[in-house]
Design a protein around this ligand. Structure first.
Ligand code: ATP
Length: 221
């Protein structure tokens, strides 16, 4: 096991300047309902610190931990993710989770991306809130062979994680600029007519407005 709380936050840019023998690919999983600047900064920071060649954003199908909540249809979430990431040449979006029937489990995401990119070293990016629950994920002990896990700090959530029963070096936590943005708050603001400018990319503001997302019913409040 690894007591993450006892380890100092990883020093920045430690992997930069090293020669890597395999392409390094980040995976940013999320419901992205909608994608916001907290997600984008997390992906960008991990890409910088770990010297990633690319980051693949993977919108979930039916999220396992949000089954009691209404989630916007996958095509809208997918398109907002494409719009939000389009300007970054290292960012792309994968449909593997939304095209796979049933509930989304990260182990399946990792297997699918590994099958698509067998040459790559994979880095799964996740917030400190989600990382705290990682041992509850399906087939957790099979995940470590497929990817490194990089947790990012998130305002309002502790990174003082309890002892996680994960192999040494399977999980890291890095500190990133604190953005207290959540999809829940973006949905509430959109519903209440409050501004979401600069919390999500401009194109996502416009997409929400054009399609009237979050306007009528209050989701996940
Ligand atoms: P919701 O409010 O609907 O629960 P969310 O804002 O947490 O959504 P998700 O799509 O569920 O967004 O998050 C995907 C991943 O991004 C998760 O691992 C989450 O911890 C992380 N994340 C989300 N917002 C931030 C943020 N502001 N800073 C750091 N990490 C974040």
């Amino acid at each position: 096991g690894v007591d993450i709380s006892a380890r100092p936050l990883r020093k920045r840019a430690t992997d930069r300047g090293c020669v890597h023998d395999r392409p390094r690919v980040g995976i940013m999983g999320g419901t992205f309902d909608p994608i916001h600047n907290g997600h984008l900064v997390a992906a960008s920071e991990v890409a910088w610190v770990y010297d990633l060649d690319e980051v693949i954003f993977v919108p979930t199908g039916r999220p396992v931990f949000k089954q009691n909540k209404a989630v916007t249809n996958p095509e809208d979430r997918y398109l907002m993710t494409v719009i939000a990431t389009a300007s970054n040449p290292r960012f792309s979006v994968s449909r593997v989770d939304i095209d796979r029937p049933g509930i989304t489990y990260t182990i399946d995401t990792l297997r699918d991306i590994h099958a698509l990119r067998p040459d790559a070293e994979l880095f799964f990016i996740t917030g400190a809130d989600a990382l705290a629950e990682i041992m509850k994920w399906k087939d957790a002990n099979e995940m470590w062979d497929l990817a490194h896990f990089v947790g990012v700090t998130r305002p309002g959530y502790s990174t003082n994680l309890k002892k996680l029963d994960v192999p040494q070096d399977a999980v890291d936590v890095i500190e990133i600029p604190a953005l207290a943005i959540s999809s829940t708050d973006i949905r509430r603001r959109s519903h209440d007519g409050e501004p979401v400018w600069y919390l999500v990319p401009d194109g996502v503001v416009q997409y929400i407005s054009k399609h009237g997302l979050y306007a009528s019913e209050m989701q996940n409040s």
